[in-house]
Ligand binder design. Structure first.
Ligand code: CTP
Length: 396
């Protein structure tokens, strides 16, 4: 619930502005106060009357409106909010925010405040992928701005790809997460992610194809539900999730130590693709080619982090979730793996190359628990993460 939370909702000019009307309703249903601000361009898509009727509050429209200024100065307006939400966040407004411009009501409010800001971007896929927008995104993230979405899909402009504004309920979840009032608030959850690198010598290592994108999405979905997330990641390609306690490691042994350091937690999700073996004969100096033949590598088994935590006699997390990346007999193997490792759930997926799952943006998983196997339809890794986070919230 968002009872009596004050949200300043900035609606910028994009076709997704129509979804912001529903967002206002959803926020009001949860007990929040919504003060709406419309940019001039937004008024081309939604009317001030419909926005103020739904919000039950006056709409703030332009910096130089003398009545608005007399009633409540823009500085006070943005500071009295618990959270500023920008939805839709257009490329233009993101660019202004990233560069500190303040030439209208919305951008001035955003510059004149230290209230946390959450942006739900919405724009054409090319605009989203443009280096300028990606640069602005990185700048804003570094400034502490949070983001929800954009989602991937068919767009109003007829193209397909990332750029669609998140759905109102997804934005509500992110707002609850930003305010730490989601169903997982007060819960500490550990997530491992990415591959591990096992050195052969100072310049070479053994790795695997995990991108870390599923683990990152899970961490973000848990944060959106209000959880306090410790994110232990190997050297993954995926961007690091926001709003987590980040611990970066390289090897399986380092990951094991980081996990032990993060305990106790209420739940632990082990999505990392941990190397089963390390090179026990790793050399401190670069191995050179010699005429004496090929080098021989000797291996030692790495600690099984999931099994260790699942089988803790004391202080075991209430819920331990493992992953199983399989190429054959997925359900059978994963069911056996759940019992062998002692975890509560296994999220199993088929990582045969033809599925395109490892390193791709989609996943088709089967959730295995003591109740049996439940196959979920193929969906984006973000959606898998959201549904898994919801399950975790219901179970804890
Ligand atoms: N895992 C772990 N520590 C390891 C190896 C795996 O925590 N040293 C975790 C992974 O994060 C994942 C689960 O165990 O949640 C499954 O890992 P997987 O490598 O698929 O299972 P294995 O035990 O290696 O079984 P097999 O090689 O027979 O598939």
């Amino acid at each position: 619930m968002l009872t009596d939370k004050r949200i300043l909702l900035i609606i910028a000019g994009g076709i997704a502005a129509f979804k912001s009307l529903d967002l206002i309703r959803r926020l009001r249903e949860r007990g929040a106060w919504v003060t709406p601000v419309l940019t001039r361009a937004a008024e081309e898509f939604v009317t001030p009357l419909s926005v103020s009727s739904l919000a039950g509050e006056k709409v703030y429209r332009d910096l130089f409106d003398l009545t608005d200024e007399a009633e409540m100065g823009h500085i006070q307006l943005s500071r009295s909010a618990d959270l500023i939400v920008v939805a839709p966040g257009t490329a233009d407004l993101m660019a202004k925010m990233a560069n500190g411009l303040a030439n209208d009501m919305a951008s001035t409010l955003l510059l004149a405040t230290d209230t946390p800001v959450l942006v739900a971007p919405a724009m054409n896929v090319r605009m989203w992928e443009h280096p300028a927008t990606q640069r602005n995104l990185a700048t804003l993230r570094a400034d502490g701005v949070s983001f929800v979405g954009p989602n991937e899909g068919d767009m109003a402009c007829g193209e397909f790809g990332p750029g669609r504004m998140s759905e109102p309920l997804e934005i509500v979840a992110a707002i609850e997460g930003a305010m730490k009032v989601g169903p997982l608030s007060g819960r500490r959850i550990l997530v491992t992610s990415g591959p591990t690198h096992e050195p052969i010598d100072p310049v070479r290592y053994i790795a695997n194809r995990s991108s870390g994108s599923q683990g990152t999405a899970i961490a973000e979905a848990l944060v959106a539900q209000g959880a306090d997330v410790v994110f232990v990641t190997g050297p993954a390609d995926a961007a690091r999730p926001h709003g987590v306690h980040l611990v970066e490691v390289e090897t399986a042994q380092e990951m094991m130590r980081a996990v032990q350091g993060a305990l106790p937690v209420d739940a632990a999700v082990f999505s990392a693709a941990v190397a089963d073996w390390r090179v026990s004969s790793a050399s401190d100096s670069k191995i050179k080619k010699t005429k004496d033949g090929l080098p021989t590598l000797e291996f030692a088994e790495n600690p099984d982090i999931l099994a260790t935590v699942s089988q803790m006699a004391e202080g075991r997390p209430d819920l331990v979730v493992g992953f199983a990346a399989e190429t054959d007999d997925v359900i059978e193997n994963a069911t056996a793996k759940r019992l062998r490792k002692g975890c509560d759930w296994i999220v199993a997926n088929d990582v045969s190359p033809e599925t395109g799952i490892m390193g791709g943006s989609e996943n088709a998983v089967t959730l295995i628990s003591d109740k049996g196997a439940e196959s979920w339809p193929r969906m984006s890794k973000g959606e898998v993460a959201r549904q898994l986070a919801e399950r975790i919230a219901k179970t804890l």
